[in-house]
Design a protein around this ligand. Structure first.
Ligand code: GRF
Length: 208
């Protein structure tokens, strides 16, 4: 049974997709701990599901490093095997990334490497996709490395950008894909089918 930790900052619809699909057994694992850097609605989703959830305010710490040390301590105490960034809007420290090397995944609302890096989050990503005239956009699930949105890609799903699309309609279409690939990716990981080899990820789609 995979022990999962989740970091959030906002409403937590990706977190909800993980909650639903661990409870229904699709993912061979359970969420041990949810941490948010904001007093967000996502924490309430955890509480409703009876999952340990903590609001840890970064301002209470003297540095980003100290803040990340607290996150590391909490996740290690919960014995998590995998950490999922589900709409987490802060950058992890090098210490954190090294502590959980190759065991941190992130969901991003574009087809990486497009529309990524600092400043590209939430609606800003969809606005950039619309303005670029791209015919497709989508969602990416990837391992987290020391860059921003740059780690090895696990899964991607794309959707057509229609002439009538707005930032809001695109965000809605992409969020649906995010929920699909975050669940599919964590399910495959829980089954030991996701192998990372340097910059490449291989997925064993065969039966168990
Ligand atoms: C999603 O768009 C996700 O890609 C981005 O932040 C948003 C999180 O949404 N990282 P939610 O909090 O999971 O609803």
């Amino acid at each position: 049974m995979l022990k999962i930790g989740v970091l959030i900052s906002g409403g937590g619809t990706n977190l909800q997709a993980l909650i639903d699909n661990t409870l229904n057994g699709k993912i061979d694992g359970g969420i041990e701990l949810i941490i948010s850097n904001k007093d967000s609605y996502g924490l309430k989703r955890g509480a409703k599901a009876g999952i340990k959830n903590i609001y840890i305010e970064a301002k209470d710490y003297t540095s980003e490093e100290q803040y990340n040390l607290r996150l590391m301590k909490e996740f290690k105490k919960s014995g998590v095997d995998l950490i999922v960034l589900a709409g987490y809007l802060k950058i992890l420290s090098k210490d954190f990334i090294n502590e959980f090397k190759d065991r941190i995944i992130n969901i991003h609302p574009s087809l990486l490497p497009k529309f990524a890096g600092s400043g590209y989050y939430g609606k800003k990503v969809h606005k950039a996709a619309l303005e670029s005239g791209e015919k497709y956009t989508g969602a990416t699930l990837h391992f987290v490395d020391e860059g921003v949105d740059t780690g090895p890609i696990i899964l991607q799903k794309k959707v057509k950008v229609e002439d009538h699309d707005t930032v809001e309609s695109l965000q809605k279409k992409v969020l649906k894909l995010e929920h699909e690939i975050i669940v599919e990716g964590v399910k495959l990981y829980s089954q030991g089918k996701v192998k990372i080899d340097g910059e490449k990820v291989s997925i064993n789609r065969g039966k168990r």
